[in-house]
Design a protein around this ligand. Structure first.
Ligand code: ADP
Ligand code: ADP
Ligand code: ZN
Length: 220
């Protein structure tokens, strides 16, 4: 099964994708993580992407599409995978559909995490990440055992530069103006499922598992 996770920044897409990949062996492909890795390693993609990411604007479509297609071809062709944070524009969606159709590995399911504005802002301002292993925390909702320290590897936690209030506002504007329209795009294709992103992570995960079970029943 090949999935897309759709929803505003802070909806919990990454959190759910990590849980699914740990329990059901999905390969988790997060555009944001891959881009941040490129910035960290100062690659050509990273150098092109950085200024957009710092402002909370979208990185140029062609760069992101080529990067994700390359990643899929290398690591995910024969696997179940989750695209987290991609596509984010209609252009990206059309392009990736076209290319995945050619490879005969089309997207089977798109999960839209409908999440309220207040919750998203609270989650993003409190989000912290491990600088070594990338593990995801929230200072109130999912705090580490020891403040500022990763439970999994003991490294330091940091706040993403774009998780500051002003940049968050721009990212939400970008989501509303460019990404939200993908809900209708996938609904029309008949592969959209919706679930609330507002609930506790464990409950969201249960709902997600329910959707996957139903789909498998339908497909067999
Ligand atoms: P996204 O990938 O959609 O931007 P994340 O998965 O990074 O969202 O989650 C954003 C923040 O909210 C993180 O700090 C995470 O720990 C926290 N979080 C994720 N899901 C939930 C949830 N269901 N309830 C409460 N907090 C959550
Ligand atoms: P979040 O889920 O919290 O919005 P991400 O980690 O997915 O954040 O994305 C961080 C930044 O990376 C975005 O603000 C944008 O600059 C860039 N980015 C991620 N995915 C895409 C995409 N599909 N197209 C263009 N830019 C992207
Ligand atoms: Zn860690």
């Amino acid at each position: 099964m090949r999935m897309v996770f759709l929803g505003p920044p802070g909806a919990g897409k990454g959190t759910q994708a990590v849980m699914l990949s740990e329990k059901l062996n999905f390969l988790h492909l997060s555009t944001g993580d891959i881009l941040r890795e490129n910035v960290k390693n100062n690659t050509e993609i990273g150098r092109k992407a950085k200024s957009f990411m710092d402002k909370g604007d979208l990185v140029t479509d062609d760069i992101v599409v080529a990067m994700m297609l390359d990643k899929i071809a290398k690591d995910a062709k024969d696997k179940d995978f989750i695209l987290d944070g991609f596509p984010r524009t209609i252009y990206q969606a059309r392009k990736i559909d076209e290319e995945l159709d050619k490879l005969k590995i089309p997207i089977d399911l798109v999960v839209y995490f409908e999440t309220s504005l207040k919750i998203v802002i609270f989650r993003l301002t409190g989000r912290r990440l491990c600088k070594d292993c990338g593990a995801n925390y929230h200072i109130v909702n999912m705090p580490p055992k020891k403040e500022g320290v990763c439970d999994k590897c003991g490294s330091e936690l940091y706040q993403r530069k774009d998780d500051k209030e002003e940049t968050i506002k721009n990212r939400l504007d970008v989501y509303n103006s460019q990404t939200k329209t993908l809900i209708d795009y996938y609904r029309e294709k008949g592969i959209l499922e919706e679930t609330s992103g507002d609930l506790d992570a464990g409950i969201v995960y249960e709902k997600l598992s329910g959707i996957l079970n139903d789909r498998n029943k339908i497909r067999t």
